[in-house]
Design a protein around this ligand. Structure first.
Ligand code: TRP
Length: 335
């Protein structure tokens, strides 16, 4: 281990704010699993970010555990990836506070996610929602991550993280590594099945637009049958003119490995009915083994506990090294 070349480090996380969606799998977790051989990977359940929107406590706990089980079922081997729960490593809160003091009010005001979430939760525009980006910067900077795999909607948060790190380094020297966002090309943005202009999201009001990783096959098939297409009746990739069909093609391409041209050929002269059914079937088949494995792991509470405990311990080692350095730099007295 010691004389191994230092691998590049990756950190990412998903909020356990609901059941994982097909979008979380195709856009994130599936890609993460492919990275674990070449990178030093840290993946967390971002439960601290989740409480910026009001949660039912028992549900938050259930979603966190299910998310961990799903990470493992999707191929994130806990022997090769550090899997942990954000709130189990207090350094996140500690560095988050410090970084709050190096993040400007104006910068936070400009964040599109803050504007969107404030509009959606007008009765609960809390300070945590506002400083969400500095906590996320702490998540990333604590681990000196090189790359941060995220969906396109989180790119702005990685950019502000770089700005905060640059500002801090400018004052105190090279404390933080500047991370780069890592946005996968295919499957990066799975769109809603009913309004394909917007991202597939668990917070979407129309539940027919969102497919869940652990959803029953018949429900998945039904949702794909209802997916919005267009009046053109031709399976052809054209993101601007045919967002619904193009989204389904993207999904089908990831589940079957077929290129867009191959899909166009396969469904030439056939109706959307056939196409939508085929996409639904392919998703059900892809998810079947993951669902079985997630449910199996979920019954083994002792195993899950051993995974998140070991993960937190390993994460804390790295995180506290950075935090101690930061505390020293800013002038806190050593304990
Ligand atoms: N904000 C991310 C999201 O909602 C989740 C997240 C929290 C995250 N901390 C992170 C992602 C650190 C990458 C790195 O999707």
């Amino acid at each position: 281990m010691e004389n191994e070349v230092q691998k590049k480090r990756i950190l990412s996380g998903i909020q356990p704010s609901g059941d994982l969606t097909l979008g979380s799998y195709l856009g994130a977790i599936k890609n993460w699993a492919a990275l674990s051989n070449d990178y030093d990977c840290y993946y967390m359940m971002a439960d601290m970010h989740t409480i910026t929107v009001r949660q039912v406590p028992a549900e938050l706990r259930r979603h966190t555990m299910t998310q961990l089980a799903a990470y493992i079922a999707c191929g994130l081997n806990p022997e090769k990836n550090v899997l942990f729960i954000q709130s189990h490593v207090p350094a996140h809160a500690q560095l988050g506070w410090v970084l709050d003091c190096y993040t400007m009010f104006g910068e936070l005001t400009r964040m599109t996610q803050f504007k969107d979430k404030s509009a959606k939760n007008a009765d609960n525009i809390n300070a945590g929602l506002f400083t969400y980006p500095s906590l996320m910067a702490a998540d990333i900077l604590l681990y000196q991550a090189d790359l941060v795999p995220v969906g396109g909607d989180q790119k702005q948060h990685v950019e502000i993280c770089r700005d905060i790190a640059t500002r801090f380094n400018g004052i105190y020297g090279d404390v933080f590594k500047l991370p780069d966002p890592y946005i996968p090309k295919v499957g990066a943005r799975v769109m809603s099945l009913t309004s394909p202009e917007s991202k597939m999201s668990k917070s979407d009001k129309d539940q027919n637009g969102c497919v869940y990783m652990l959803e029953k096959p018949e429900d998945i098939l039904r949702k794909f049958k209802k997916a919005v297409t267009d009046s053109d009746a031709c399976v052809r990739y054209d993101l601007a003119a045919k967002p619904g069909v193009s989204n389904l093609m993207q999904i089908y391409s990831v589940t079957t490995g077929e290129s867009f041209e191959e899909i166009e050929r396969e469904f030439a002269g056939r109706g959307y009915g056939d196409f939508k059914a085929a996409v639904g079937e392919s998703v059900v088949e892809m998810l079947r083994p993951i669902q079985e494995e997630t449910n199996r792991i979920l019954t083994d509470k002792a195993y899950l506990q051993s995974v998140y405990r070991a993960g937190a311990e390993q994460a804390a080692k790295v995180a506290y090294k950075t935090l101690n350095k930061v505390y020293k730099k800013i002038g806190f007295v050593e304990r």
